[in-house]
Design a protein around this ligand. Structure first.
Ligand code: HEM
Length: 481
């Protein structure tokens, strides 16, 4: 036994110089860019590269599992300043926790910043996905979808659809022995609305197929980027192929129907919007968007909408459980509004949507050396605008981790738009902003005016995405009307 221990020590001692050389080479490689200065005296942000190869990934992930996931950013911010460099998930990254710098990144003048994702996501998204594109085509698709989702005709129609889906779902809760998992139920509700908005598919076989395959598809968004039969990424790519086949079929049928009828009323869904657009210019020719471009984008637009809205709804229920005063206030307000058929849950929404995007995975990469606010970002480095750090900074919000739906009343117009960006901003402002608010408001309105509930203990998990550990089980009791 003693011999075994002393042998292990010999191995460790012999390997030490190898590790040391490896470490030095790594540091030299990483410093190559760091020492660069341009004539204007701009400097690469300060920071640490962490360990060879893994960089600071382990600490980043460990912080994600705590109740304060932005502590990774906070620690570095106090050491190196509001903008610092690090090395996580295999990439050299400049992280900005500065509201003004974040605004400049989002505005992206001159298209200097190109969206950049972990490798598994890049593999799964098409090259011409709205989430990955840059430049004029991105602007066009973003504007088309944004204008459609904001239009009064769409909002009037979708409000009725959302009301129906939520009413039916809530009434079905009584058949589930009165015990429901809020996280699962809100996912079902919002998926139904999402596919209605994007491709007008209602409940039935087609919707079940889309749900099943989409779930398989998104499992691969955060996985090892290894692609051969049996791996997670491979299975997700296959699921995407099946989704594309079905969406292509729907689009072709729609196109045929469009050619037969002269009717040109307001578009019904995102397919109509993209099919009718004639402003796509290719080799100086104005023509319609290609069909495979449309089908890819319809699927990819499901990604940002699929998890955020149910997470916001679930967190709303969780925060209301933990804050009976806020719940009583919301019930009174909504009971009163029930007859007037309007809803007002703005104060709560602000805080929830803020939490929803605590961990963003999209960053940007620079297309050339780039200088701003006194910093130099070398070509090819990633830049992450950390909105969560701004939302969770005590300098910006009092007790940021406390659920306080009245905070918006207290701070009022004093909150600068740079300090509150739950839906992103600039060229990448979420086009689903108003739709999400509508969905969450209608859900909360019907929930608090239909049921009372008792909740079991549960806690929020922040990594890799925000969710409830036990899916938030509640026992519901119908209100006597
Ligand atoms: C509470 C719900 C939601 C929140 C908090 C949210 C938040 C965001 C944020 C922060 C971004 C910008 C991401 C970035 O800059 O990297 C974004 C982009 C986007 N969101 Fe949402 N979102 C929500 C719901 C939705 C819904 C329901 C849809 C779909 C109908 C949607 C569609 C999109 C799309 C397509 C983009 C990409 C825009 C682009 O890159 O041009 N979102 N969202």
């Amino acid at each position: 036994m003693g011999c075994l221990i002393s042998d292990s020590w010999v191995v460790v001692v012999l390997l030490l110089p190898v590790f040391w050389v490896f470490y030095k080479v790594w540091m030299m490689m990483m410093r190559r860019d760091e020492v660069e200065r341009n004539g204007g005296g701009f400097a690469v942000p300060r920071g640490s590269w962490g360990w060879p190869l893994i960089g600071e990934t382990l600490e980043f992930i460990a912080c994600g599992y705590t109740s304060k996931p932005v502590s990774f950013m906070d620690r570095r911010k106090s050491l190196y300043g509001n903008v610092f460099r690090t090395h996580i998930l295999g990439k050299a990254i400049v992280v900005s926790t500065d509201a003004e710098v974040n605004r400049m990144i989002l505005q992206n003048h001159g298209n200097a910043f190109i969206p950049c994702y972990p490798k598994s996501i890049t593999e799964l998204l098409g090259k011409s996905s709205i989430l990955q594109m840059n430049g004029s085509l991105h602007k066009r698709v973003h504007a088309l979808i944004g204008v459609f989702l904001k239009s009064p005709q769409f909002k009037a129609r979708i409000t009725r659809d959302i009301e129906n889906v939520i009413r039916v779902s809530l009434s079905n809760w009584m058949n589930k022995s009165c015990q429901v998992y809020v996280q699962d139920e809100t996912k079902k509700i919002t998926f139904e609305i999402l596919v209605q908005v994007l491709l007008s598919v209602g409940p039935g076989e087609e919707m079940n197929f889309l749900k099943r395959e989409f779930e398989e598809f998104i499992k691969g968004l955060i996985c090892l980027p290894i692609k051969f039969p049996g791996t997670r990424l491979y299975k997700s790519l296959k699921a995407k192929e099946r989704l594309l086949k079905m969406v292509n079929k729907i689009i072709k049928e729609r196109k045929n129907a469009m050619q037969k009828t002269e009717e040109n009323g307001p578009p019904n869904d995102a397919i109509d919007v993209l099919l009718r657009d004639t402003g796509y210019s290719d080799e100086m020719q104005q023509r319609r968007l290609p069909l495979d471009f449309i089908s890819g984008n319809i699927i990819e637009m499901m990604i940002p909408g699929e998890e955020t809205v149910p997470t916001a709804m679930t967190l709303a229920v969780k925060f209301l459980i933990d804050n009976p005063v806020a719940l009583a206030h919301l019930v009174d307000e909504n009971m009163e509004l029930k007859n007037r058929k309007t809803r007002h849950v703005k104060n709560i929404l602000g805080q929830i949507t803020c939490l929803c995007h605590l961990l963003k995975i999209r960053s940007f990469t620079t297309s050339a050396h780039h200088t701003f606010s006194g910093y130099l970002i070398p070509k090819g480095w990633c830049v992450l605008a950390s909105f969560s750090s701004i939302h969770m900074d005590e300098m910006n919000y009092e007790n940021p981790y406390e659920f306080d739906p009245w905070r918006w009343k207290k701070v009022g117009a004093a909150v600068s738009s740079n300090l509150f960006t739950p839906f992103g901003g600039g060229q990448r402002l979420c086009p689903g902003l108003e739709l999400s608010r509508l969905e969450i408001s209608i859900f909360l309105h019907h929930l608090v005016t239909t049921y009372r509930w008792a909740a079991e203990k549960d806690e929020i998990i922040y990594f890799p995405t925000v969710r409830m550990k036990r899916k938030l089980p509640i026992t519901i009791m119908p209100l006597q009307q």
